[in-house]
Design a protein around this ligand. Sequence first.
Ligand code: GLU
Length: 291
Amino acid sequence: MESTQAKQFRERIKDKHRIVIKVGSASLVHENTGEINFLKLEQLVRLICDLRNQDKDIILVSSGAIGVGRKALGLSKRPDTLPLKQACASVGQAVLMMMYQKLFGEYNHTASQILMTKHTIIRPISCKNAKNTFNQLLSMGVVPIVNENDTISTDEIEFGDNDTLSAVVAALSGADLLILLSDIDGLYTKDPTKYSDARFIECVPEIDDKLYAMAGGAVSDFGTGGMVTKIDAARIAADAGCDMIIANGRDFHVIPRIMAGENIGTLFLAHKNKNFDLAYYIEHRKCRKDS
Ligand code: GLU
């Protein structure tokens, strides 16, 4: 892609109005202890409030329930049974929300909680209700904070990862930009930790099998959700008419820089598909496993 064209796509980011921001657990806790990183949490909330003050609609998809719950319960190792994971999620989600409520309150903004499962999307009534709730909250200036309902989710009804969940939320809420912040800079042609000739991809105009093959073959074990999962998310977003950017959540100040049109991370361009049926897609999708 020509650099002038790529620049134009980045310029357009400034005008995005409804933005979903996804942060992974790794971006919210200290690496060495797994405890909440208060400085980062505070920074994230402040940056989101600043976007609200520019009249942008913001939805935050935040992970961390299980990890934070594990710490709150004083468990020395990762929960390894489903009931234990669900108990951790139940405690951790409440702790996380308490922190978010407090911090958003300090900046005079209101946050809310929405917990979802696959059933929320597949069942037409709950899908419609969820959509209405998002619209109502956003019209009142509230920042909805979304997570998977890990306390009741089991294999059959879970999205499984918040990359997919955030794309679903973007589609459902009619967002025009999804920002995925995780522990990777974006998409490379090869795993940059192994190959010195790996090239960074700044813009993906179209998601095709070649891209999947590249991500699955070369960059898979690189990052938490896996690159294939992220490309799956980009596909949902693109079909729904929403641009998506993958960037590194190491420093949340990338958020205002992205919004200012800076060339940060990998941008996947929207291609609105008017035949795209979100519920059908979620019900029938086969997970392309990260190898
Ligand atoms: N829902 C999970 C949690 O809050 C995280 C899933 C993910 O990060 O992909 O712990």
